[in-house]
Design a protein around this ligand. Structure first.
Ligand code: SF4
Ligand code: SF4
Ligand code: SF4
Length: 176
């Protein structure tokens, strides 16, 4: 199983483990990150949305069940050994994007727009359908993987996982 699949599986199970741990935004690649990170907890202690937790080995990881990343950069600025490091101001914080799963209530014919209401970038739109409830469609390019849609989903069918490059620019509609 590749890293993306492992990560996706870990989030779907709603837990953070060593194999699936999603590091804080702007983390270096895993080898460099664990070599530099002193496990000082500064990023965890200063994250205003409290989404950073101590994961396996004492290294920090994101737990989206606790909330969303606002990309405020507090963790980045507190990381003295630069395990979190931004090469330039435009560098993407991570390759994460949302993915709506098949258990979506709307896909089961139940009216629900909670994820769309939670999304701060308008990446989830609901398309009206004749004779059925509106289905969510995810605009990948508008999604920054903040995780705001993960927690509120009543059936936890949204995964926040590394983007599949083939999905770039796609408008992904949930299957019914
Ligand atoms: S960027 Fe801000 S909100 Fe996001 S993990 Fe870092 S401290 Fe928390
Ligand atoms: S602030 Fe940096 S060194 Fe400290 S725990 Fe976070 S990532 Fe590791
Ligand atoms: S991860 Fe954030 S930006 Fe992406 S669809 Fe969910 S709420 Fe919107």
């Amino acid at each position: 199983m590749d890293a993306a699949s492992l990560s996706r599986r870990g989030f779907l199970r709603g837990r953070v483990n060593a194999a699936a741990a999603q590091r804080p935004p702007w983390a270096r690649d895993e080898v460099d990150f664990t070599a530099r990170c002193t496990r000082c907890n500064a990023c965890i202690d200063h994250c205003p949305t409290h989404i950073l937790v101590r994961a396996d080995g004492g290294y920090p990881a994101v737990d989206f069940s606790r909330g969303e990343c606002t990309f405020c950069g507090e963790c980045l600025s507190r990381c003295e050994p630069r395990a979190l490091f931004r090469t330039d101001d435009d560098a993407a914080p991570w390759p994460l994007r949302a993915r709506i799963g098949d258990a979506c209530l709307a896909a089961q014919g139940v009216e629900c727009r909670i994820c769309g209401e939670a999304c701060p970038t308008g990446a989830i739109r609901f398309r009206p359908r004749l004779g059925g409830v509106a289905l969510p469609a995810l605009e990948i390019d508008a999604c920054n993987g903040c995780g705001a849609c993960f927690g509120p989903c009543p059936v936890r069918t949204i995964a926040i996982a590394p983007m599949d490059p083939r999905e770039t620019n796609a408008l992904t509609e949930v299957k019914q």
